[in-house]
Design a protein around this ligand. Structure first.
Ligand code: PLP
Length: 393
């Protein structure tokens, strides 16, 4: 079949591939511990489910406006004011089918062929592919543990060309769990202002920040930075609503209008009853979010400690999200593997622990492990990895 050129360079999602492999083994009766998941393991809180259920019973089963219900946009406006002190108008918001779709329509609306988008590595797997699908060119900035996997101002300056149109900041980050500080954001933001680069600020993990820290959005640091930023966010991670598919983008009115136009010809509105659930989530009690956050923080403490006790594994302690991103290159070498990818495959097939190789995130010496699973499973997983490494050494 003669398929479109633009699909030929696409890389299938590494996260989904490992999850599929793990499921296959589980179906064969193998006791696999899955650390590949990119979603919280908690149920969606009851009051959110009830709101969607009542909406369905009340006949709210039809199309809504493409960009989302006004009531939901108002809930997002209230949230941004309460959490970040940011004031937006409903014309500056689009509700989408998940944050992933917000990013997809954003790049479709923004990029001409050959436009460059700066993406610091390690990065979430979909950024590069979505930029390519829109005809853009991902420009990768390599980072490592010495800067906590964060790009520096000088790296950003060096990566800018005449074709650079945007940069992506994902704080807290998937896969590293790192967060930019206020001063780091200001420094990066000022460079973006000087070069008129759109800042795409993916804040989907904003509610999952640890160690007494508070999430900072680059948009809240000055009025000029607010004008220069599109915030991407959604309900998936904070409210354990991954399957509901509700995300949103907030920013420049003209851009949002074009994104809405694209959505009107591709997906139409996000699922109607999911939007009612999202209104309940944003307007309802927020202690449900905090309870989940506390669970994640406890797991992080235990799992991090267990992992860094394994020979050949080093791991800086994340500050947010629900992933650890250990460097396992030395462990892989000690066990006789040439690459971390091979090591990760052996962990799955021999130790029965599913982890995601860092290659797909642009960091081939690392693996991503999610702690969105029970404490008992996490400890068992760490024990299995330790035993595996010690036996192979
Ligand atoms: N951004 C990041 C960094 C993510 O990790 C994810 C999901 O894994 C998304 C965006 C998309 O989330 P959703 O489409 O479920 O809202």
């Amino acid at each position: 079949m003669d398929l479109a050129e633009r699909t030929k360079t696409l890389t299938p999602s590494a996260t989904l591939a490992i999850t599929a492999k793990a499921k296959e083994l589980k179906a064969q009766g193998v006791d696999v511990i899955g650390l590949g998941a990119g979603e919280p393991d908690f149920n969606t809180p009851d009051h959110i489910i009830e709101a969607a259920y009542h909406a369905l019973l009340e006949g709210k089963t039809k199309y809504t406006a493409t960009g989302g219900l006004e009531e939901l946009k108002q809930a997002i406006i209230d949230k941004l004011l309460k959490d970040q002190g940011l004031k937006y108008d409903s014309s500056e918001i689009i509700v989408t089918n998940g944050a992933k779709h917000a990013l997809y329509t954003l790049f479709q609306a923004l990029l001409n062929d050959g436009d460059e988008v700066i993406i610091p590595a390690p990065y979430w797997v979909s950024y590069t592919e979505q930029v390519k699908l829109a005809g853009g060119v991902p420009v990768i900035i390599e980072t490592n543990e010495t800067t906590e996997f964060k790009m520096t101002a000088s790296q950003l300056k060096a990566a800018i060309t005449k074709k650079t149109k945007a940069i992506i900041i994902n704080s807290p980050s998937n896969p590293t769990g790192m967060c930019y500080s206020e001063s780091e954001l200001l420094e990066l933001g000022n460079i973006c202002l000087q070069h008129n680069l759109l800042i795409v600020s993916d804040e989907i993990y904003e509610k999952l920040v640890y160690d007494g820290q508070k999430h900072i959005s680059i948009a809240q640091l000055s009025e000029r930075l607010k004008q220069q930023t599109v915030i991407i966010n959604g309900l998936s991670k904070a409210y354990s609503m991954t399957g509901w598919r509700i995300g949103y983008a907030v920013g420049n009115k003209e851009l949002i209008k074009q994104m809405t136009s694209i959505a009107s010809h591709s997906t139409s509105n996000p699922t109607t009853h999911s939007q009612y659930g999202a209104i309940a989530a944003l307007n309802g009690p927020q202690d449900v979010v905090e309870k989940m956050r506390i669970h994640f923080e406890k797991r992080l403490e235990k799992f991090h400690e267990a992992l860094v006790n394994i020979p050949g594994i080093t791991c800086i302690k994340p500050k947010g999200a629900f992933y650890l991103f250990p460097n396992v290159k030395e462990a892989a070498t000690l066990c006789g593997y040439h690459t971390v990818d091979e090591f990760a495959t052996a962990l799955l097939t021999e130790a029965h622990v599913a982890v995601v190789p860092g290659t797909g995130f642009g960091a081939p010496d690392c693996i991503r492990v999610s702690y969105a699973t029970s404490e008992a499973e996490l400890i068992e997983a760490a024990n299995r990895i330790k035993k595996f490494v010690e036996e192979k050494m």
